[in-house]
Design a protein around this ligand. Structure first.
Ligand SMILES: [Zn+2]
Length: 175
């Protein structure tokens, strides 16, 4: 395992383009330390989600932590949830476009098509399998973070480059 980073890796770092490995044992010390650091980095950066590769750990760990803040004024509130080995299936075929940003792609926002409703599966912090249906913004975060585990970023998903804008312009949309 690489040495975890206390700041988010930035686009261009090869680790962000790797396929992350599954977690075998959620109780392992190095895994727990990774989760703690992910929580710290996420809180400090006002993110709504983070994936382990963003802190230089190529393991299948994500945190989904939707809450309204300066970066996402309209986000719904959800308790931060740590998820290991997450996967999903689309429920229906409906795609929805909405704005996304990424701690690894600073100062940029883009309109990204995502499945509106998904059936999500992951291993929880106790090592048990969880399944749940997610919708809208939370489903969007989950899909964004799962992409990080496959070496993808949100910019890879835009329909057209005109859908990519500066964060300063995005923030004007809410004022
Ligand atoms: Zn991201």
């Amino acid at each position: 395992m690489n040495e975890p980073s206390t700041t988010c890796l930035q686009l261009g770092d090869p680790v962000l383009r790797c396929h992350a490995l599954p977690v075998d044992n959620v109780a392992e010390k190095a895994i727990q330390a990774t989760v703690t650091l992910m929580q710290t980095v996420l809180t400090a950066s006002q993110g709504v989600g983070i994936a382990a590769p963003q802190i230089n750990v190529s393991k299948q760990i994500i945190i989904v932590a939707s809450r309204p803040n300066q970066r996402y004024p309209n986000a719904p509130l959800m308790a931060p949830t740590v998820m290991f080995n997450p996967t999903f299936e689309a429920v229906g075929t409906e795609l929805e476009k909405d704005w996304e940003g990424c701690l690894s792609v600073p100062s940029i926002r883009a309109l990204v098509p995502r499945f509106k409703t998904i059936q999500a599966r992951y291993i929880n912090v106790l090592g048990d399998l969880e399944q749940m249906q997610l919708e809208g913004f939370v489903a969007r975060i989950f899909q964004h973070e799962c992409d990080h585990l496959q070496g993808k970023v949100f910019l890879d998903r835009v329909d057209a480059t005109v859908d990519i804008i500066a964060e300063s312009e995005y923030l004007k949309l809410f004022n």
